[in-house]
Design a binder for this molecule. Sequence first.
Ligand code: KG4
Ligand code: ZN
Length: 355
Amino acid sequence: MRILGIETSCDETSAAVVEETGDAAKPWAVRSNVVASQVAIHREWGGVVPELASRQHIRDICGVVERSLEEATVTWRDLGAIAVTQGPGLVGSLLVGVSFAKAAAAAAGLPLVAVHHLAGHIESLVLQNGELPLPAVVLVVSGGHTSLYLVREAGRYELLSRTRDDAAGEAYDKVAKLLGLGYPGGPVIDRLARTGNDRAVALPTTRLTHADRNAPELKGDLDFSFSGLKTAVLRHVRGVQTNVPGGDRAMSDQEVADIAASFQRVVVTALLERTFDAARRFQARSIGIAGGVSANSRLRAELADRGVRREIPTFLPSLALSTDNAAMIAAAGLRKLRAGITAPVDLNADASLAL
Ligand code: KG4
Ligand code: ZN
């Protein structure tokens, strides 16, 4: 069985063909995974402009799907189903993928599967590494989300905690912006941090102890918070810049690298501490980290390190499967299809879909 996956929730138009291997331990293989990035368009504005994103998805979707079939050397007749991201995301962007998938499924006579974007990120771990030892604690960390899930059985995701304010990727993007480093901020800060001193700037870590009034069902002590950190960086930068007569000093490259490294140390430590705390609390047999920020080099290295020290296996997607892509949507779609769950033809995009 081969499935076509379609992802248009934010600013990447992506289509992929994933097939079943017949091996229960490593159930899926990527045949193609085509991503048309809109980064160059949004960079000019310092972030994703929703209206521009949906228009660009419309321009790109047909060509991207055709290329994904070509690269997989399959035709529509070789497919068994179509999976599409239903949400969460930008509604105008989601609508392009959902409309295309519904029309294609109707025209080709194929079942349609609606996929939650974060289920896609979680299943990227299985697509890359095979089934995880369960129960697994999985951190999904991207530009829009920072959430911890407990996976007791494959395909079921229990929310343990989330960010109270900014997502970690959002903090990266905002800090990069205030340092004048451009968009998206994650990869730039990751690179600059390598030449910086990660103890040069004292920045606060937020440790939450009380339940969130908006989510009393969660205990709250595994929650994340990054907006205070972002404000602390802003205050530090202002302090450096105004610390001269006239009050307008440009920062040196070394000062910028030091801020990047110090910021990154605090973010990575907060992400890993909470994730390993959760793993201990729920006696997890493995840990996974997925989503755009899982591409971060320090996070990847420290995850592996801590895993060895705590004697728990840790898993990551490849870099190509970390940021938004349709292969992970196809994989999550296969999981749902095999559980007998398909979508009706009147499926609608849902910008705030719950997992
Ligand atoms: O998963 P993703 O592609 O899209 C969302 O669903 O949000 O994640 C994008 C986010 C952006 O905030 C970007 O700055 C961040 O992932 N990112 C990184 C790195 N590469 C991408 N953050 C830190 N280090 C990186 N190397
Ligand atoms: Zn994502």
